[in-house]
Design a binder for this molecule. Structure first.
Ligand code: NDP
Length: 246
């Protein structure tokens, strides 16, 4: 279904990103993974793709650094020849109450989660325009739709990402490029495993489907948005949250 296509997935080494990489590869896409520092996890992800007969490349690149993303996108274009799908998934949390949140924690989350996505879109966009095709998928969050206590920085970044998604969708639609956002709810990854058990149980109890989401629940939608079936969908924000934010 995605045979011959090249996907770039930021934060593709672990969690939701890894599941997206796996699903895209299962559908035939070659994949370039960007990761922050955990080389072992990135290599493991590439190893997981053996058997799918696709290419996988892992690139250490801090998405918050514009020059680094520019260099990496150029490297990927050199290595793979083109880019068809960009998934902006890299993200971090630095939770804290608004009354005590450090400025640095606000800035770090905005720089990685929001600016990082801008950097990648900015650096891939000329190639997409030239190619007259491209799929951009931004991983936002239900926190960007509804807010979340203790996540002023994260909610701001994820809400910003929705604005970015809609603007990019409008600007690039005429050239056959789509841009959509996925808003996951509570997904079982390293990011949420850090929570204490009581808080975790309380969140799960508040989800109508009574379970945490799996990374694959998000990956299935990402693969759909990257495929032919989603050619006429752009500027959309789709929740994958088991009903959490109905
Ligand atoms: P994880 O913490 O499990 O994985 C984060 C990934 O992002 C890793 O691959 C990490 O690389 C990479 N990364 C972090 N910072 C950077 C950076 N500056 N540059 C490049 N790569 C970076 O996160 P999840 O899988 O849980 O989350 C993935 C996305 O989904 C995030 O955007 C998150 O906000 C969003 N999301 C998650 C939810 C959840 O419940 N888990 C809910 C809603 C949204 P490395 O391994 O090298 O550190």
């Amino acid at each position: 279904m995605l045979k011959g296509q090249v996907a770039v997935v930021t934060g593709g080494s672990r969690g939701i990103g890894r599941a997206i990489v796996r699903k895209l590869a299962e559908n035939g896409a070659d994949v370039a993974i960007l990761y922050a520092g955990n080389q072992k996890a990135a290599e493991e992800t590439c190893t997981l793709l053996q058997g799918f007969s696709v290419r996988c490349g892992a690139y250490r690149c801090d998405v918050a650094d514009f020059d680094a993303t520019k260099k990496t996108v150029n490297e990927i274009l050199k290595d793979f020849g083109k880019i068809d799908i960009l998934v902006n998934n890299a993200g971090i949390t630095r939770d804290g109450s608004i009354a005590t949140m450090k400025e640095q924690d606000f800035d770090d989350v905005i720089r990685t989660n929001l600016k990082g996505s801008f950097h990648m879109i900015r650096n891939c966009c000329r190639h997409f325009l030239h190619q007259r095709s491209g799929r951009i998928i931004n991983i936002s969050s239900v926190a960007g739709l509804s807010g979340n206590v203790g996540q002023a920085n994260y909610s701001s970044a994820k809400a910003g990402l929705i604005g970015l998604t809609k603007t990019v969708a409008r600007e690039l639609a005429g050239r056959g490029i789509t841009c959509n956002a996925i808003a996951p709810g509570f997904i079982d990854t390293d990011m949420t495993r850090g929570m204490n058990e009581k808080a975790r149980d309380a969140v799960v109890a508040s989800i109508p489907m009574k379970r945490a989401g799996k990374p694959e629940d998000v990956a299935n939608l990402a693969a759909f948005l990257a495929g032919d079936g989603a050619a006429y969908i752009t500027g959309e924000v789709i929740r994958v949250d088991g009903g959490l934010c109905i």
